[in-house]
Each structure stands twice: as structure tokens, then as C-alpha cells.
Design a protein around this ligand. Sequence first.
Ligand code: 5GP
Length: 338
Amino acid sequence: EKLCQALPKLELHAHLNGSLSMDTLKKLYKMQNPNSKSSEDTLMSIKNFSSLDECFKVFNIAHSLTTTPEAVFHSTYDTIKEFKEDNVIYLELRSTPRAIEGKMTKQEYVEAIIKAFEICKTDFPNILLKLLISINRKQGYKAAQDNIELAINFFKKYPQYIVGLDLSGDPMTGSTFLELLRKARLAGLKIAAHCAEVPNETETIDILKFKPDRLGHCTCIHPTLQGSSKLFNLLLDSKIPVELCLTSNIQCKTVSTYESHQFKYLYEVGHPICLGTDDKGVFHTSLSHEYKIASSTFGLKQEQLLKLCLSSIEYTFATLEEKQALLYEIEKFAKECN
Ligand code: 5GP
């Protein structure tokens, strides 16, 4: 437990609005409702969900509290601080730009995040920050196009922060917009795509063929699922790193037990993987906790946990120099351990 907390970790799969802690949500609630005393009841419903579908409804609560640039700024700042306190040395946040009539444009939404990044750079110099602009598959083609355009423009201005796109949102609906993602890739953006969260062979094959830089979850690409060994082999052949979020999958019931999580199969064959929290606020987890679960469930010892951190460096969307600095940090820690 102590080791997992002390490890210098890399977080590559964290959605901003799902990462908000109860403390942050309460703070935002007070900002929005300065005269109300009862934030608890409204916010408690966040804990009560038991499926992927219900999990998506929980995001509405966080979204209802992040409707101004100020709230987005505080959300980002607090989230970074919490990851830093968990000894995360590299954080790739992802978020879907939202426009709120009369209050905030998508442009201002992203600017608020960048502003928090800039201030955190001074306040917390030991955590390197990057942002992926998310596309919510449910919101349709026009929104996807807008977000990509926004990402390309911000990438030109802030290449040190904006590094890529994330395809997420309710996997039961919408489309993958692969043609649009192809355009974004040509502009230099990296692509992280949620993949196979629900069974959908055709879509999974399309995504694998597209070859995103990283894949999220891949829950339904599982060698023991009927008819899935073909997909499993395609995934292995692709060598695309997979971001795995243990607690998230268990709490959304897309995986039944930690022991049967796809981590086991991908780890055993040496496929590139990294651990992430997904939505640390919604699932009440931390990256240390995810490492601890991996360690206790799959018997990973200190050396293997360190290796998991080290190998994650390669899958980041950081520059070569930044990767070298991260490598130095972890190796320094490893030496101190021995
Ligand atoms: P935001 O993008 O608003 O900062 O973070 C919340 C959003 O992230 C959700 O509305 C959803 O689109 C996306 N998200 C969070 N967790 C998951 C997940 O487990 N799967 C998918 N597909 N999308 C998610």
C-alpha cells in the first residue's frame, strides 16, 4: 500500500468531470448556490449507481456544477492537486469542451483548463500536465467537428499542453467519427479512443484498423468471451497500448471480478498496458489504489509495479525530453528503494 502511494506514477486515462472529488463538488456547489446549506443530498446521489448506463447519469451532476470558466478552472486546479498528492508525476487529463448559453463558450472552457495548467505549473512543479480534447460520440458529427477544430487551434497555440483527442461518451450510442479523427491526426494530434466497452465487433475492428495511438478499456476484447479470440488476436497484433481502469470496470459491472479483468490476459502476454483511474471522483479511487488492486489481485511485486510505471512513459503523448525526465524520476525512486 505504502509503495503504491510512493511510486511516481503516470495517469493516462482521467476524465476531468469524472475526477472531481466530493470536496471539489461541494466547493462548486457552494460557489453556485451561496445561500444553500444542503449540498450533501444532491451530491450523495453520485454514489448510487450500478451499471455503465447509470454511471453516465452521474456525470450530469458534475456537469451541472461546471458551467462557468471559473468553475472549470477550480475543478482542474483541485484535480491536479489531488493527483499530485497521490504522487502522480505525469497527468494527461481529458475533457469534453462544453458551451453553456450566456455563461461559457467551448473556447473559454478550454482556456479555463489551460489557465489552471499554467498556475499549477508554478504551484506544483513536479507534475507534468497534458490535455486531450474529448469528443462525446453521443453529441453527433457537428460537435465532433467543432471539438476537433478547437483542438487543432489550441494545439497550434499551446503544443506543450494540448496533445491529442479522446473519443469517449456513451458507447451504446453515436458514432466513432473515424474520418474526422484521421484529419486531426494529419494535423499532428495523437488519438486515444475508447474501444470495445460494449460488444460491437464491427466497430471494434474499425477502430483497431484505424490504429489510434492508445485504446481505452477494451473490455469486450477478452480471450475467454465467446467469439472474442479473433478480436483479442487482432489487438495483440496491433500492439496498441491499452489504458486499463480496474475499479471503473468493476463498478460499472462491465467486468464481473478483478480476477477476470482483461488486465490479466494482456499482462500475461506482455501487451503494452497502463493503469488509469478513469473517473476517480465517481468511482472513489486513486491511481495508488489502482496499483494496489493490480498488485494484490495479480501478485505484482515491487519490481513489476515499477516496471508498469516505467513502461507507461513510452505510451504518453509527451516529448522525448519530457519522457527522459520522467524516466530519470522513476529510476531515481527505484534506486532509493534498493
Ligand atoms: P468530461 O469530458 O465532461 O470532463 O468528463 C466526463 C465525460 O467523460 C462523460 O460525460 C463521458 O463522455 C466521458 N467518460 C467518462 N468515463 C467514461 C467511460 O468509462 N467510458 C466512456 N465511453 N466515456 C466516459
